[in-house]
Design a protein around this ligand. Structure first.
Ligand SMILES: Cc1ncc(COP(=O)(O)O)c(C=O)c1O
Length: 378
């Protein structure tokens, strides 16, 4: 480590440390699990409905349906709209693969629209020319904790009579013009993957909506499409949220606003202290409340930058190194390099720095000083 890095006891920083959060609310979590163990009601116990009600009320939606993962939330949302082979769904190429994989798993074809370079979210002004007779839905992804520009997206969808599914996996608690992530489209899809802002103890997810019909259909689709039991009017999947996950998430939901606020503070601190450095810092649009699931910067010479951080025991990651239109398994779609220039540039330049509610000022200072050190060598 270079001598100019501050002489603190810090010798490394993890990208995220889930143990700190667990230990801060250990008794709440342990007792929630004990209650489920005592009841042995592991499948659709009463905590699932209780969590669904709390979650819907948190997101300002009429309904919330607990499901087995964020990926299944997307798949079930698409299925509930009847999306199938022959249909097209517009989305961003700069997202986690699950957004796109879910579309493909319905048999539909993903159609990609490039991103805005500042927010990394889908560019609304490019959507309309990609709409065809086969287009059934748009999935804007609220990446890194910041909502996509929803008003023009909703307007286009209304004009062409197509549905909007928000991929809110990374953005619980985020707001767009005062509206909560997951409450603006026809359906919202959330993930409780452990490292998410609201993370479970394994996989879990949620679908939000305001339509009674969609709610009823998704309840059926998450239990194979059955109603009543053993009668299957539609084809679904085994996609329920576990009672243990729901019981833990009930406890964690109480803290989500505080945790989001802490993430926002930590992000401001990075941004403030990295002023003047030769890198691009994340920018929240003025109408957005960004909840910083990830703090993502752009750097030139990214590989050398990452090597420098890792040499100083700073964990970092690239979300995402391959834009989805260039994934091998999607070659049949016919996209090639150069088709989505901003997504491709983002895939080459972005780095996620350590951020989580419990990261300390000393750890952040260590990260910043290590980055400053790199800039000096630049
Ligand atoms: C943008 C996005 N969509 C979908 C998912 C899928 O969620 P899960 O991992 O819970 O299936 C994730 C998270 O992993 C994600 O980040």
């Amino acid at each position: 480590m270079s001598s100019s890095v501050s002489e603190k006891a810090i010798t490394g920083v993890p990208l995220v440390d889930l143990r700190r959060q667990y230990h801060s609310i250990k008794e709440e979590i342990d007792s929630a699990i004990r209650d489920v163990l005592e009841s042995q009601a592991f499948i659709l116990g009463p905590q699932v409905k209780e969590f669904e009600n709390l979650f819907a009320s948190y997101c300002n939606t009429k309904h919330a349906i607990g499901v087995s993962s964020g990926t299944d939330a997307l798949l079930l949302a698409l299925k509930s709209l009847g999306i199938r082979d022959g249909d097209e769904v517009i989305t961003s190429p700069f997202t986690f693969f699950a957004t796109v994989g879910s579309i493909c798993n319905t048999g539909a074809k993903p159609v990609f629209v490039d991103i805005e370079p500042e927010s990394f979210n889908i560019r609304p002004d490019l959507i309309e020319k990609c709409i065809s007779k086969k287009t059934k839905a748009i999935i804007p992804v609220h990446l890194y904790g910041q909502c996509a520009d929803m008003d023009p997206i909703l307007e286009i969808a209304k004009k062409h009579d197509i549905k909007v599914i928000e991929d809110s996996a990374q953005s619980i608690g985020a707001e767009y013009k005062g509206r909560k992530s997951g409450s603006m489209g026809d359906l919202g899809c959330f993930s409780f993957f452990p490292s998410k802002n609201l993370g479970g103890l394994g996989d879990g997810g949620m679908v939000t909506c305001n339509s009674d019909e969609l709610e009823e259909l998704i309840y059926m689709l998450r239990i194979h499409g059955g109603k009543p039991k053993n009668y299957y009017p539609v084809l679904g999947i085994n996609g329920r949220l576990d009672t243990i996950q729901a019981s833990v998430l009930i406890k964690k939901l109480r803290h989500i606003d505080l945790w989001c606020e802490k993430r926002r503070e930590k992000a401001s601190y990075y941004t403030e202290r990295m002023k003047g450095l030769n890198l691009v810092k994340p920018k929240a649009k003025k109408f957005n409340k960004h909840v910083f699931h990830l703090y993502v910067i752009r750097v030139q010479e990214r590989d050398r930058f990452i090597e420098h951080l890792r040499a100083n025991n700073i964990d970092c990651a690239v979300h995402y190194p391959v834009p989805q239109h260039l994934q091998k398994c999607l070659a049949y779609l016919g996209y090639k390099e150069g088709d989505m220039p901003e997504a491709e540039r983002a895939a080459k330049e972005t780095v996620s720095l350590p951020i989580f509610p419990e990261i300390t000022k000393e750890e952040q200072d260590y990260v910043i000083d290590t980055i400053k050190d790199f800039s000096k060598d630049d």
